[in-house]
Write a protein that binds this ligand. Structure first.
Ligand code: OAD
Length: 227
């Protein structure tokens, strides 16, 4: 089976009702990264950081996968599909994709602040002050904050180097190391970018840019790959 590796970003979930970060009206216009998405912010004001991610989680429970998520799940009929996502939502999993690697963490999970190995499912939408791990430390959102290491970048780079076909969907490719993954994909591998903006990449060989929203663009591309 040919291996399709798919790098996704916030744009794939936009049509599900989840805001992107850098588009006009995006999340980083309303909130400063330094206030809610760094370890310093957490040390300064845990309540604010918990509330920011609680609101994101609450909203996620009101959203469903869209046509793009479902199309990628369907692609598994004919290909070995590996998704690498920068998203912290679980819409790929909800749509039925079986191999999903999260680069920036998972919104529905919490992690111990003294032992990175202790990761828990959050029941419901709220993580509160006083919610503790089994070793007694406060739980934090299981999110990779700015300035923190991205442990899954190593397997993500290995997967990217083994792709037979590479798809990039709905990401501005602004945030490293994720944005550098395309450099691991061999030159001769066909690559497709689906993004209505489509300007995030340059100097990449064998690249087809599809300037469409994910719902339409990914559905059409998957149909073509399944033919
Ligand atoms: P951005 O908000 O930077 O980029 C969103 C991309 O989605 C843009 O290129 C848009 O053109 C595109 N887009 C918008 N609507 C779309 C649609 N309907 N279909 C397809 N594409 C659409 O989001 P990311 O690139 O995912 O990290 O951001 C990367 C990381 O920065 C995030 O994972 C997050 C953020 O800060 C952390 O919080 C650690």
């Amino acid at each position: 089976m040919k291996k399709v590796v798919v790098l996704t970003g916030a744009g794939i979930s936009a049509e599900s009702g989840i805001k992107t970060f850098r588009d006009s009206g995006g999340l980083w216009e309303e909130h400063r990264v330094e206030d809610v998405a760094t370890y310093d912010a957490w040390e300064r004001n845990q309540a604010l950081v918990l509330e920011f991610y609680n609101q994101r989680r609450k909203q996620l429970y009101e959203c469903s996968p869209n046509a793009a998520h479902y199309a990628l799940a369907e692609l598994e009929k004919k290909y070995d599909v590996q998704i690498i996502t920068q998203n912290v939502d679980d819409l790929h999993e909800q749509a039925g994709s079986t191999k999903v690697l999260h680069l920036h963490g998972e919104l529905k999970k919490a992690r111990s602040t003294i032992d990175d190995e202790l990761i828990y499912d959050i029941e419901g939408w709220e993580l509160k002050k006083g919610d503790k791990c089994e070793k007694g430390s406060q739980l934090r959102p299981h999110i990779v904050w700015f300035g923190e290491a991205v442990p899954n970048i190593v397997p993500a780079a290995q997967l990217s180097s083994k792709a037979d076909i590479y798809l990039v969907i709905g990401t501005s490719l602004n945030v490293y190391p994720a944005a550098g993954l395309l450099n691991y994909v061999p030159n001769n591998v066909p690559k497709y970018l689906v993004d209505p903006n489509g300007s995030g990449v340059s100097g990449i060989s064998n690249l087809t840019i599809i300037k469409e929203k994910a719902g339409k663009g990914v559905s059409q591309l998957v149909k073509k790959l399944l033919e």
